[in-house]
Ligand binder design. Structure first.
Ligand SMILES: [Fe+2]
Ligand SMILES: [Fe+2]
Length: 276
């Protein structure tokens, strides 16, 4: 095992301090400061000592079902909605950093690309945090849920499952969720928030595209059929059931195949096809 200190110069080791960092602002700043050009240390087996991920005392984490839905028409409701988005982005920083340090043995490009994703997530968090501050709120002011990180924990032993269920499932749901949320914010007259959501959606298509590309790379390496393997992983790890409406255009641009989009819209078609 290589400790963090003995390979502190590698890109993968540099993912650990921001992952363990508890202060959200510092986490985002440290993440954005990682130099993507340094040696990767792809083969190193790293140890992260500390609670993963580092989290602030606030927000209070509660089950998803305990969170109240608020109307985006009022500024108080909008703050709750933007806070929820900032929380997703903070989790997304940790998810991308975690994939970088945890899984050794991939091409250097894998680690540079996912560190780049962490940096974009850090920017998304900062944009939403700044906008919240302009409304008189701070990140931490409202309760939040932990279901994104729960999927990271469930899949920490298998990179194929992590790629299938985090970028290709949870982040891809974000592509579907974005247009209606953007429309609500714009209808409430919050054009800055709508602008931030446009930037986030553009970047998130790229993140899901990376998820698709590296998922298929691993499927090829392990001689798995990508569609069949996904169906098995979704059951094994209890992936959330996909619910429309789907942002098919964004999903297509993110590299989902026609067969995958058809299954998403009609999961029973797989069963029908097998019986024919
Ligand atoms: Fe993001
Ligand atoms: Fe993302």
């Amino acid at each position: 095992m290589t400790s963090i200190s003995s390979s502190a110069a590698s890109l993968r080791a540099r993912a650990i301090p921001p992952l363990l960092e508890t202060d959200p602002d510092t986490k985002a700043t440290l993440t954005r400061a990682i130099d993507l050009s340094i040696p990767v240390g792809a083969g190193d087996h790293l140890v992260a000592e500390g609670r993963i991920p580092g989290r602030p005392d606030r927000p209070l984490l509660v089950p998803y079902t305990k969170l109240k839905k608020r109307s985006a028409a009022t500024s108080a409701g909008r703050a709750v909605l933007l806070h929820a988005l900032a929380h997703i982005e903070l989790n997304a920083i940790d998810l991308a950093l975690d994939i970088v340090w945890r899984f050794p043995g991939l091409p250097d490009q894998f680690y540079r690309e996912w560190t780049g994703v962490a940096q974009e997530e850090a920017l998304h968090f900062q944009l939403l945090r700044d906008h919240l501050r302009s409304m008189g709120c701070e990140y931490g002011d409202f309760p939040a849920h932990n279901s994104l990180w729960e999927m990271a924990e469930k899949t920490q032993g298998d990179l194929l499952a992590r790629l299938a269920l985090v970028p290709r499932t949870l982040e891809a749901r974000g592509l579907d969720a974005s247009p209606p949320v953007r429309a609500k914010l714009a209808a409430a007259g919050d054009h800055r928030a709508a602008e931030i959501l446009d930037l986030i959606l553009r970047d998130e298509i790229g993140h899901v595209a990376l998820g698709n590309r590296w998922y298929r790379y691993l499927c090829t390496q392990r001689a798995h059929d990508p569609v069949a393997a996904y169906a098995e992983l979704a059951v094994k790890y209890k992936a959330p059931t996909p619910r429309g409406p789907f942002n098919l255009e964004a999903r297509r641009r993110a590299g989902f195949a026609d067969e995958e989009l058809a299954l998403l819209q009609n999961p029973r078609s797989a069963v029908v096809a097998e019986r024919q």
